[in-house]
Unconditional design. Structure first.
Length: 79
């Protein structure tokens, strides 16, 4: 059985690969700061499917690649 630290490390690696970036996944607050929007805006974009988060053991993490995609102006998640 894996401990919490090991599970966190695995989740971060999965998030980085899914995000197409070597950056660590961001919290909603970190993503909001990076995009200069509110946390609620991040939550709305997640609900609308504009941002695709990675489940992180009960905590939502947003791949760094998602932030890069949104900064570039892309509106739809990459598949």
């Amino acid at each position: 059985m894996l401990n919490d630290e090991q599970l966190d490390e695995i989740a971060e690696r999965v998030a980085a690969r899914l995000g197409g970036s070597s950056g660590e996944p961001l919290t909603k607050l970190e993503a909001a700061r990076a995009l200069k929007v509110s946390v609620r805006t991040i939550e709305r974009r997640i609900e609308a499917g504009v941002i695709v988060p990675v489940p992180h053991l009960g905590v939502v993490r947003i791949p760094a690649g998602e932030i890069e995609r949104l900064r570039s102006g892309a509106r739809q998640p990459s598949k």
